[in-house]
Design a protein around this ligand. Structure first.
Ligand code: GDP
Length: 332
């Protein structure tokens, strides 16, 4: 790949160049990795700043319907919208349940939208890096809003919250008065809880659910990055396109306040730091899996198992000896 030419095309907003660049950052080949790093470094600081919106919700809650309606509303305002996905299921099964273009058919045909499914067969760390880099590439390509979708099934929300400016939690109306088993930790990440399907027969239940969450949010510890009234819960219907305009206004209000007060920059800086540390951890783990460290580790594990050395002493030997030695060489 001609890195300089690709960078120019991306900066000109060409979606095909963007798609090729994302394929490059997804590649596991070390020569591709070097090219990807080079491309990202070339583009660094050249893009406009996009609003990065993370979106989480359990399967069936209406994420793709929401993204389609919300995305079309934004492109209707003249904004360019990119949709990326962090899909932990793809890491396990090799099949992806998110970001599928057929799920957002109308949006995928919109010239001002770009939809990219989650790559398959990558571990969550790999998906996280790829998504961060895809965000940077999309920003360089001039997208105004980047939606990062994930399934609400655990770790992946943290991953997405750590790369978003605003984090949305999408919920469905609950039957009873239970809080749908939403974990406190996930609620604490949300800036806006959207109770979807507030239409037809479900409207009354949606109203109750929204009131329940409004109450629950009040009990959370106040965060420095929130203006008065945030985080908040609100009702929408992605199907009937109601409440989405209001939700967007709330997001803009929040983003504006954070920019004015410096929290926006602070959060992005903290995220950059978080991801640097994550990269270092990932890199160390990758080295443990590579020879000769892996061989030395297996040999030491055998000795620990046989009771010839303690676990702590063996770990020390590996970290101070073999691994430290292998780090003396070239990077990667
Ligand atoms: P996802 O798995 O979270 O992406 O959910 P989908 O967007 O595929 O939606 C799951 C089901 O809920 C589909 O049958 C949708 O038509 C339906 N659905 C999504 N949004 C709404 C809504 O606002 N109101 C109603 N009544 N149904 C909706």
């Amino acid at each position: 790949m001609d890195i300089a030419a690709t960078a120019t095309q991306i900066l000109a907003g060409e979606r095909r160049a963007l798609a090729r660049a994302i394929t490059l950052v997804e590649s596991g080949r070390s020569d591709h990795r070097a090219q990807a790093t080079n491309l990202l470094e070339t583009l660094r600081g050249h893009g406009r700043t996009a609003l990065r919106i993370g979106l989480s919700g359990t399967p069936g809650v209406g994420k793709s319907t929401f993204i389609e309606t919300f995305g079309l509303m934004l492109t209707g305002m003249g904004k360019r919208v990119a949709v990326l996905a962090v899909d932990p299921s793809s890491a396990r099964s090799g099949g992806s349940i998110l970001g599928d273009k057929t799920r957002m058919e109308r949006l995928s045909r919109d010239a001002n939208a770009f939809i990219r499914p989650s790559p398959s067969q990558t571990h969550l760390g790999g998906v996280a890096r790829r998504t961060r880099e895809a965000i940077d590439l999309s920003e360089a390509a001039g997208f105004d809003v980047i939606l990062i979708e994930t399934v609400g099934v655990g770790q992946s929300e943290t991953v997405v919250a750590e790369m978003s400016d605003i984090f949305l939690l999408l919920l469905a109306p609950a039957g009873g008065d239970e809080l749908q088993g939403v974990k406190r930790g996930i609620m604490e990440m949300a800036d806006l809880i959207l109770v979807n399907k507030a239409d037809g027969d479900l409207r009354a239940a949606a109203t109750r659910t929204c009131a329940d969450y409004t109450g629950a949010l009040r009990l959370l510890r106040k965060r420095a990055q929130d203006p008065e009234g945030f985080p908040k819960a609100q009702m929408v219907s992605a199907l009937e396109d109601t409440g989405l305009q209001l939700a967007w206004e709330e997001m803009e209000k929040l983003a504006h306040w954070r920019r004015e007060t410096g929290h926006w920059d602070r959060i992005r800086a903290e995220q950059a730091r978080y991801w640097f540390e994550a990269e270092v951890r990932e890199g160390l783990l990758a080295r443990l899996r590579r020879e000769p460290v892996r061989g030395a580790m297996l040999a030491l594990a055998d000795r620990v198992e046989a009771g010839e050395i303690t676990a702590a002493a063996a770990a020390g030997e590996l970290l101070d000896g073999t691994l430290a030695g292998s780090m003396g060489g070239s990077a990667n």
